[in-house]
Design a protein around this ligand. Structure first.
Ligand code: PLP
Length: 361
């Protein structure tokens, strides 16, 4: 069998190393995974209850339109219900957008290093990918603008950016939107939105009334702690959303995901708690970096990229042998760094202790 040419040589997504694998490999009883920006505090207890309440409905297909969670998210964000599209994680919205807009002969513009799924899905659709290097860890929006031509369909702004944790500020983003041609979709991927504290971080939702070519992505996987359930959404122009809806699978979000998201959304106290804990955790890492003269990017997300000035794979291997799974920067475009998800206070202390021992060894 011959698959499409675009798939030849493409590797599947490499997830963080699974906990059970590491336990077995190193004979460890306890392994802490801080590799995939999951929430160390789990999820709202109301989400668990909501799932328990629908366990007698597993034989029934979910509501493909996700009507209940749709109404709740629309009210929460003060947008029209028709401005929303739900996905099996926001990953699936990225896939749907690529499927709907990209073909061979078109191109898409993104930053590098950034979230790899923009490029990955674009390659599968046969589109050209124009990658623009970050400058000081931040999207170079002017250079990205310069890459746009008549065949450009989508420009991706990952904000905050994964894996650097840096952000594009409101003024830069608005100037950028004003210059992007109206027939080019700009995607603001805000997977870490709930963790952001920067006062000049852009409010993109109000811009939707001005720009039909803007789409905002959010997810329940990160701060809401529902990564295993797979639910995220896009907010954009209602007419545009109607045109891409046929590219969505009919039952792409499960009933469990819908009811859990709905309950989690109502528990904003949990989100506030996680956001505060995350700030405290980042401060632990900042202190450690300053003490050891290590470069890092101040982060608006729930992760930190630290430059240890040694092979990221070596640091990864050392930490994994001690029972901590992080992400080596080598696969992320920062070869001498590791990306660590902010854990709870004890987890952060424990990993920082290991890093200190490593640096002294
Ligand atoms: C985690 C992440 C996503 C995808 O999250 P889903 O679990 O698919 O909702 C999207 N964008 C960025 C930048 C991420 O880090």
């Amino acid at each position: 069998m011959r698959v499409k040419q675009q798939l030849v040589g493409l590797s599947p997504y490499k997830p963080g190393k699974p906990i059970d694998e590491v336990k077995k490999e190193f004979g460890l009883n306890e392994v802490i995974k801080l590799a995939s920006n999951e929430n160390p505090f789990g999820c709202s207890k109301f989400a668990r209850e909501a799932i328990a309440n629908v366990l007698d409905q597993l034989a029934i297909y979910p509501d493909g339109y996700a009507a209940n969670i749709r109404t709740e998210v629309a009210n929460f964000l003060h947008v029209d219900e028709r401005q929303l599209i739900f996905g099996n994680g926001s990953d699936e919205i990225i896939l749907i957008l690529c499927r709907a807009l990209l073909t061979p002969g078109t191109n898409t513009v993104c930053a590098v290093p950034s979230f790899p799924q923009y490029k990955h899905n674009a390659v599968i659709e046969g589109a050209e990918v124009r990658e623009v290097p970050l400058v000081n860890g931040v999207h170079d929006l002017n250079a990205m603008l310069a890459q746009i031509d008549a065949d450009t369909k989508i420009v991706w702004v990952c904000n905050p950016n994964n894996p650097s944790g840096t952000y594009t500020d409101a003024e830069s983003f608005q100037e950028f939107m004003a210059k992007v041609p109206k027939d080019v979709l700009v995607v603001s991927d805000e997977a870490y939105y709930e963790y952001v504290v920067a006062e000049d971080y852009p409010s993109t939702l109000p811009l939707l009334s001005q720009y039909d070519n803007l789409m905002v992505l959010r997810t329940f996987s990160k701060a809401y702690g529902l990564a295993s359930l797979r639910i995220g959404y896009g907010v954009g122009n209602a007419d545009f959303i109607q045109t891409i809806e046929p590219a969505r699978e009919p039952f792409n979000t499960s009933l469990l995901a819908q009811v859990a998201a709905s309950a989690a959304l109502k528990d904003q106290e949990f989100i506030t708690h996680c956001k505060e804990q995350n700030r405290g955790g980042l401060e632990q890492y900042y202190r450690f970096c300053k003490e050891h003269n290590l470069d890092y990017y101040p982060s608006q997300g729930n992760f930190i990229l630290i430059d240890l000035q040694r092979s990221g794979n070596d640091v990864f291997n050392y930490l994994v042998s001690k029972g901590f799974i992080v992400r080596s920067g080598e696969a992320l475009g920062f070869p001498t760094s590791v990306r660590i998800t902010v854990g709870n206070t004890e987890q952060n202390d424990a990993i920082i202790n290991e890093l200190k021992q490593y640096l002294n060894s």
